[in-house]
Design a protein. Sequence first.
Length: 332
Amino acid sequence: MSRIIVPRSDRAAKAKVATAGVKKKSAPTRAPRGAAKPPAGARADGPDRLLVALGERVRSLRARRGLTRKAVAQAAEVSERHLANLEYGTGNASILILQQVARALQCPLAELVGDVSTSSPEWLLIRELLETRSEADLRRARIALGELFGTRADAGRNRRIALIGLRGAGKSTLGQMLADDLEFPFVELSREIEKFAGCTIAEIHDLYGTNAYRRYERRALEEAIQIYPEAVIATPGGIVSDPATFNLLLAHCTTVWLKANPEDHMRRVAAQGDVRPMAASGEAMDDLKRILAGRLSFYAKADLSFDTSGQTLEQAFQGLREQVRSGIGLLV
């Protein structure tokens, strides 16, 4: 019997008829060809973990905005493959690319990268309320939150005078003179830190690091507040660098920023025989100016400020004495 050969076109037509009425399954969403998928058993720590978390945030934000990967890639001016790699946690994007993706997703870069303020809807809503507020409004909000959560201003804070500012502003010398005048105890917080640690400030940094130093600093301040209802406290220049410790200081002490121009700071510190950490790079004045610029907005949170530049010690003391006494309601 001879075999009947069906032409290729007829076979295709029959196959089409045979599958008519059968619902076609939609193809799963795929990453563009060449996009790497997360490897099985990828490490849960280190850079891999950071990139995976970043990818999850990108996908979550894209879903929240109701945008396709293609639409976001076009808006961010990156390839769809590049964005897919980012979402899978296998692509290490530059900070500029992340900025473009953040703009495409209509969110701040911080929300994309992730910080505590992106950890829940309530955080996001609170941040939205505060984002465009003035410094004065933010200060009122901070005080109100402090009162709500137990860090409200101490009723006796005007009897504790905390001097803040860079080294060389006169905190130790003027602080002792002010304490004698007010008949308050004088507390040099750096010495209290050394008592807690059992070694010098330099040794704390060398042996245990900056984080350990900040913990000792916080403990020393907490104890000083508990022990002394009245005191003049000379604080380390970097106490404003730790928000939790600085919040504690603002809540329990009347803070006075002792200001001076950079030249006076440098001259006074050099006279003490030590310009660390300002001269670590060999460019002492530039380092000092950078430190001052970085802390300026925090020092400005003080209740009072007094400029000691261009004054003799006696002139500076009399001016500080008058301002502090007036500020805490004592006779000048």
